[in-house]
Design a protein around this ligand. Structure first.
Ligand code: PLP
Length: 427
């Protein structure tokens, strides 16, 4: 599918049925696979032949969908994971061991912040957080002898900052480490980080990729560009024999294009077992078949709602990188020329009481701990995900009590604006 445009890859990528085979991706609902001889199966265990033996490692349904996402992102290989959390953990843990360090943007999803700031620290993997707006010098200063990766989000959830991917990639490569980008919010329809120098791309497929709030999932895509062997001293896991896998050296046997995902599958998935169920992979693929049609509508609705809110007297601040006054407008013009996503955040006059009143008055937008869905939803962090924090702590975290995160769905924008307007009238 390499020569086709993105729209075509979304619809027909990954799975090309042969004569008389199912038109839609088959759901291979089987934990295991049958072989005639032990020798046949032995070859699979030795990674001498490709094929399936146990769904914890690989399943055909998942592989079709992973291959489609690899094509969409412009990568060479991909794997599905059970969640976005698993995708980010595996992407980092595949190259960072106990005693290692990596650099991460501080403007990232709360779950990822806990994963890398608390849980991975307990595993002996240290992180230095940098501002998403860090200069080259500030980024340089965050590197240590044992730094193995740089991590950031294209559009951060929920702060909606836009990352200067090219700059982060340049600095990562100068220090001989890969850049890992969580591209959940824009999806490959609106940004392909590999084209800007990212080496590994991750997603919570739970969001726009699924797009219908049906299935939790994640994916890791490898660009196939990072030369592990050129930095063999840093990446013993990829560049020296894996004793737990018959002494295979992944970077030698599978090259730049295949080493990262093969190791993540053969070693991490085998040992940690966070596979996506084939049924969920099937739902994910249904979402992918229309993502190129849905994303422009999410952006259109997000932009219209953001412009309406910006002009409203009861709204004190709007954050949306498609607005000319937004701090990230210039970067968004560069990295997201077709728009970013449908998520808008804004503050209403009157703090948490006003925010709660407003949300209660909404008829179309439901209150949910979710974003990036066909149905518009909203959340006031101060009274939900961050309710343990005081007003001062909320201010310090950049999440004022009156902040509302609104994820614009695929409804008619005039209906959405009318709903928001009547709800604002009630505060
Ligand atoms: C939701 C989200 C995650 C976590 O994904 P889950 O599928 O919920 O595990 C990671 N990164 C970003 C940017 C997200 O929005």
């Amino acid at each position: 599918m390499k020569d086709y445009k993105l729209n075509t890859k979304c619809v027909q990528g990954g799975y090309r049925p042969g004569n008389g085979e199912p038109r839609q991706i088959p759901i291979v609902q089987s934990t295991t696979f049958k072989y005639d001889t032990s020798e046949d199966m032995g070859k699979l265990f030795d990674l001498e032949a490709s094929g399936y033996f146990y769904t914890r490692l690989q399943n055909p349904t998942n592989d079709y969908v992973a291959a489609k996402i690899a094509e969409m992102e412009g990568g060479t290989a991909a794997m599905l994971t059970s969640s976005g959390q698993a995708a980010n953990f595996f992407a980092l843990f595949n190259i960072c061991e106990c005693g290692d360090h990596f650099v991460a943007s501080s403007s990232i999803y709360g779950g990822t912040f806990n994963l890398i700031g608390v849980t991975m620290k307990k595993m002996g993997i240290d992180v230095t957080f940098v501002s998403p707006d860090a200069t080259e010098e500030e980024l340089d200063a965050a590197f240590k002898e044992n730094t193995k990766a740089v991590f950031g989000e294209t559009i951060a959830n929920p702060a909606l900052t836009v990352l200067d991917i090219e700059l982060f990639a340049k600095v990562a490569h100068k220090h001989g480490v890969p850049l890992i980008i969580d591209n959940t919010f824009p999806t490959p329809v609106n940004c392909r980080p590999i084209e800007w120098g990212a080496d590994i791309v991750t997603h919570s497929t739970t969001k726009y990729m699924d797009g219908h709030g049906s299935a939790v999932g994640g994916v890791i895509v490898d660009s196939g560009k990072f030369d592990w062997m050129a930095h063999a001293d840093k990446y013993p896991g990829l560049c020296t024999p894996d004793e737990s896998y018959h002494g295979i050296t992944y970077a030698e046997k599978f090259g730049k294009e295949g080493a990262f995902i093969t190791k993540a599958t053969a070693q991490l998935m085998r040992d940690l077992g966070s596979i996506q169920s084939p049924q969920n992979a099937y739902y994910l693929n249904l979402g992918l078949e229309s993502i190129h049609v849905r994303m422009p509508r999410h952006v259109e609705n997000g932009q219209a709602v953001a412009e309406f809110l910006e002009a409203h007297p009861k709204v004190t601040k709007v954050t949306y990188s498609g607005l000319k006054n937004d701090k990230y407008y210039e970067l968004a013009q560069k990295y997201l020329p077709n728009g970013g996503c449908g998520v808008v955040s804004f503050e209403v006059e009157g703090g948490r009481d006003a925010a709660q009143k407003f949300m209660k008055a909404l008829r179309l937008a439901a209150i949910e701990t979710h974003v990036a869905d066909a149905r518009t939803c909203c959340l006031n962090p101060a009274t939900s995900t961050h309710r343990q924090l005081t007003d001062q702590q909320l201010e310090d975290a950049g999440i004022p009590a009156g902040l509302i995160r609104l994820s614009c769905g695929l409804e008619d924008k005039e209906d959405l604006i009318a709903d928001i307007s009547q709800a604002l009238d009630q505060i």
